[in-house]
Write a protein that binds this ligand. Structure first.
Ligand SMILES: Cc1cc2nc3c(=O)[nH]c(=O)nc-3n(C[C@H](O)[C@H](O)[C@H](O)COP(=O)(O)OP(=O)(O)OC[C@H]3O[C@@H](n4cnc5c(N)ncnc54)[C@H](O)[C@@H]3O)c2cc1C
Length: 476
């Protein structure tokens, strides 16, 4: 697989792990004019926890006051609307309800939220609650409503932050699985067994891989716990099921099984919370737990409208995030245990890391990325204008989501190289609809191969070895 870097490149900062956390820090450093590179073992950014979560920007009432989780969630929540504007991405202020019959617990959450500095919290009951959530199980009597909760696309934020870092001078090296890290004098050399990257500072934001990287560096190791969360994605026909995110009361295992609209017009139901380090697995047990918990809150969920199931893995270290300068190894920042609300906190984590590095947290205005075109969301007049300029916008590849060849070619022509079908899926929504790629997969593979000047056999679904076409049926 080709690399987008040269051997022996030297940087001031290397970020290991291109999730939402790594990409937020990468963009912040690049926009601050620093020499920075972000590496990931995967062939795309955002293929770890960043692509498999609920996509919620939490208001911040759940985390224990005084923790990094509380502080960075609340700050991140305030930053997201501006981040979305800068990156040209959608963000929907749906608000969130925590529902239940334990009024005292809901009042505790309200008080906790106020202590954390969360505005726009309201306790609801009776006719007011019924008017807001008529689909709620009528046996549920109370809710805490948080006005300032949003839904976003976690992978599009990750991708656009990575692209933003690149247009501002940063480098992203994908398919680089850090296998060895050595320090000579003040310089670290990171190797994947083929290429080497040199740097003065390492920021270890490798999520579930944190301890492996820390081991190579000689920095702190933490007791990591992995909690898998499984989900159902419902067809867009169900989009009016709930107007906002609906949670049960949180427990020790997490925020519980929620039902939420997504920013792209589907409904998401999940996650479970099982101890496991198997990231991609979904289980009958996990899914049936999700189903029964969600149906207790909202009995009308039609699970026959499921178009996809998936899972993601939370990396947990005790009760809080770990974001600190290593005491064992100078010029290393440890970032571990970034479970929920890590997505919500990510922009604030980036500023926190700049501060740890002794850098200015006021990031100057920088180059912007070109916003992605989403043809299906445009009025007919605008669509026609685009088609007149480029007829490829008139050739629909993904019938379910109405995605054109022009949009796929655009996604393949951006600052970050895309070599996987799932990479195109995340950027354009090709294959995200009812048929899940049944009609558009072959054309997508063809476009990826053509743009990257590789053969159809070389195109992968996601990671190395996930090639889709493995042999020809006919000789010619
Ligand atoms: C089920 C679930 C639901 C969640 N819901 C929410 C939510 O609604 N709101 C919210 O705020 N938070 C939520 N979270 C938490 C949020 O998803 C995480 O906090 C966040 O995605 C963590 O991002 P990250 O960048 O730290 O990790 P990751 O996205 O996992 O990134 C780590 C990266 O490191 C790379 N890597 C690992 N080892 C190596 C190596 N040796 N060499 C190179 N690269 C390496 C990996 O490939 C990966 O891309 C949820 C999490 C889960 C699992």
């Amino acid at each position: 697989m080709m690399k987008n870097t040269n051997n022996n490149d030297m940087f001031d900062y290397v970020i290991v792990g291109a999730g939402i956390v790594g990409s937020s820090i990468f963009s912040a450093l690049a926009r601050s004019g620093k020499s920075v590179c972000m590496i990931d073992k995967a062939l795309d950014v955002g293929t770890g926890a960043a692509k498999a979560n609920s996509g919620l920007v939490h208001a911040g009432f759940d985390a224990k006051p005084g923790t990094l989780k509380a502080k960075l969630n609340v700050l991140g929540n305030k930053m997201y609307p501006l981040e979305a504007k800068r990156l040209g991405l959608s963000i929907k202020k749906t608000g969130a309800y925590v529902v239940g019959n334990d009024k005292e617990k809901l009042e505790e959450l309200l008080a906790r939220g106020k202590t954390n500095g969360v505005d726009g919290l309201h306790l609801l009951s009776g006719s007011e609650l019924k008017a807001k959530l008529p689909m709620l199980n009528p046996e549920i009597k109370y809710a805490l409503f948080a006005e300032n909760a949003y839904v976003i696309s976690p992978y599009m934020f990750t991708i656009c932050l990575a692209e933003e870092g690149i247009v501002n001078g940063g480098r992203v090296v994908l398919g680089f699985d850090a296998k060895r890290i050595k320090k000579h004098g003040d310089i670290f050399t990171i190797s994947d067994g083929f290429d080497e990257i040199k740097t003065k500072y390492i920021i270890n934001s490798s999520g579930a891989g944190y301890n492996e990287i820390a081991n190579m560096i000689g920095s702190e190791i933490y007791e990591l716990e992995f909690r898998r969360g499984e989900y159902f994605v419902l067809d867009s026909t169900e989009k009016n099921l709930v107007p906002s995110t609906v949670f049960p009361l949180p427990s020790k295992a997490g925020k519980g099984v929620l039902v939420t609209p997504t920013v792209d017009g589907n409904i998401l139901v999940g996650p479970s919370s099982q101890l496991s380090d198997d990231i991609t697995k979904t289980t009958a047990e996990g899914l049936s737990f999700v189903r029964s918990q969600a149906s207790n809150m909202i009995p009308s969920i039609n699970f026959k409208k499921t178009i996809r199931i998936f899972s993601g893995i939370r990396t947990v270290v005790g009760d809080d995030f770990v974001i600190e300068k290593s005491r064992e190894m100078p010029n290393v920042i440890n970032i571990a245990g970034i479970c929920s609300p890590g997505l919500s906190a990510a922009p604030a984590i980036a500023l926190y890391v700049l501060n740890l590095l002794g850098l200015d947290t006021k990031i100057p205005a920088a180059k912007k990325i070109k916003p992605y075109v989403a043809l299906s969301s445009l009025p007919v007049s605008k669509k026609n204008e685009l088609i007149a300029r480029n007829p490829l916008y008139g050739k629909i590849v993904c019938k379910c989501e109405g995605i054109s060849e022009g949009e796929i070619v655009d996604a393949l022509s951006r600052p970050l190289r895309v070599v996987s079908v799932d990479g195109i899926k995340r950027r354009t929504r090709t294959g995200m609809g009812r048929c899940q790629g049944g009609f558009c997969l072959s054309k997508t593979i063809e476009l990826i191969a053509k743009k990257n000047n590789i053969t159809l056999f070389d195109v992968v679904k996601e990671n190395k070895g996930s090639n889709i076409i493995v042999s020809g049926v006919k000789k010619s």
